[in-house]
Design a protein around this ligand. Structure first.
Ligand SMILES: O=C(O)COP(=O)(O)O
Ligand SMILES: [Mg+2]
Length: 237
C-alpha cells in the first residue's frame, strides 16, 4: 500500500466507482455489445478490445465499438454511419444490457471486506459511476452491494460525466462532506482527473480498467491492490 501522503483522520466520506473498482463487468459489456452488433448485422468485437474503451460512459463506448467494427470504411464515412446507426444501437444495447446485467460479472476480491470496514468506521459512502443509473442500481442489488451506499449516482445523473469534476462536486454536496475530506476510490484516469479537479483525494485500485494503460502512471494519492487495504487503513482513523 502507498497512502503515505494521506491522513486517514482527514477522511469524512468516501465515493466509490463501480466498473473496474467494485465489479469486474467486462463480461457483461462484451455480451451486451456482441448481442447488439448481431442485431445490427455487424461483426463481433473481442473482450480485450472492449476493455480499453470502457470508462467514459455507454454512449462513448458504443461510438468506440461502432468505429472499431466499421474500421475498413474511411473515417469521414464511418462518422456518418456511426451517427446513423447510433439510435438503434443504443436501443438494442440497453435492451441486452438490462437483460444480462450482472450475469457475466463478478465482485472483485476484498470489495465486501473493504466496504464493511468503511461502514464500520462510520463513513458515509456514495457510489459514483459513469454507467447509466438504470444499469448501476440493479447491478449493485444483484451483487449485494446496494446496502453500503447512502447515495448512488450514474453517468446520466448530472450534466457531465467523470473526468469532469461536476459529478464529484455534486456527490460531496449530497453526502454533506467537503471535497478535501471526501476520498475517491476508482480504477481509471477518469476518476483521478475528476477527483483532482474537484479537490478530492484519490486512491486507485491496480486491477481495473484504465484504457489499457498502467494505472500507476496516473496522478493519484495512492494505489492499492484491494479495497480491503483501504478499509484497514481507514479503520485506524
Ligand atoms: O460505464 C463506464 O464507462 C465505466 O463506469 P465506471 O465509472 O463505473 O468505471
Ligand atoms: Mg471504473
Amino acid at each position: 500500500m502507498n497512502l503515505n501522503t494521506l491522513n486517514p483522520s482527514g477522511v469524512d466520506a468516501v465515493i466509490v466507482d463501480l466498473d473496474g473498482t467494485m465489479v469486474d463487468t467486462m463480461g457483461d459489456f462484451n455480451e451486451a455489445l456482441n448481442r447488439m452488433l448481431r442485431d445490427l448485422s455487424l461483426p463481433a468485437i473481442a473482450a480485450d478490445q472492449v476493455e480499453s474503451m470502457v470508462g467514459k460512459g455507454s454512449e462513448h463506448l458504443l461510438r468506440s465499438v461502432l468505429k472499431h467494427v466499421l474500421a475498413p470504411v474511411d473515417q469521414a464515412q464511418a462518422a456518418i454511419k456511426i451517427e446513423a446507426l447510433f439510435p438503434q444501437a443504443w436501443a438494442r444495447y440497453q435492451h441486452h444490457y438490462l437483460e444480462i446485467n450482472g450475469s457475466h460479472s463478478a465482485v472483485y476480491p476484498g470489495v465486501v471486506q473493504g466496504l464493511q470496514a468503511l461502514q464500520g468506521a462510520g463513513l458515509p459512502l456514495a457510489c459514483l459511476t459513469n454507467k447509466p443509473l438504470s444499469f448501476a442500481q440493479p447491478l449493485l442489488q444483484a451483487k449485494g452491494l446496494d446496502g453500503f451506499f447512502a447515495r448512488v449516482f450514474g453517468g446520466d445523473s448530472f450534466e457531465r460525466k467523470k473526468p469532469d469534476p461536476l459529478p464529484l462536486v455534486k456527490t460531496c454536496e449530497a453526502l454533506g462532506s467537503s471535497a478535501a475530506s471526501t476520498l475517491m476510490l476508482g480504477d481509471s484516469s477518469n476518476d483521478a482527473q475528476a477527483a483532482r479537479a474537484a479537490g478530492c483525494p484519490v486512491v486507485l485500485v491496480t486491477y481495473g480498467y484504465n484504457h489499457g494503460q498502467p494505472v500507476r502512471n496516473v496522478d493519484a494519492d495512492g494505489y492499492v491492490d484491494s479495497l480491503e487495504e483501504v478499509g484497514r487503513w481507514l479503520a485506524r482513523r
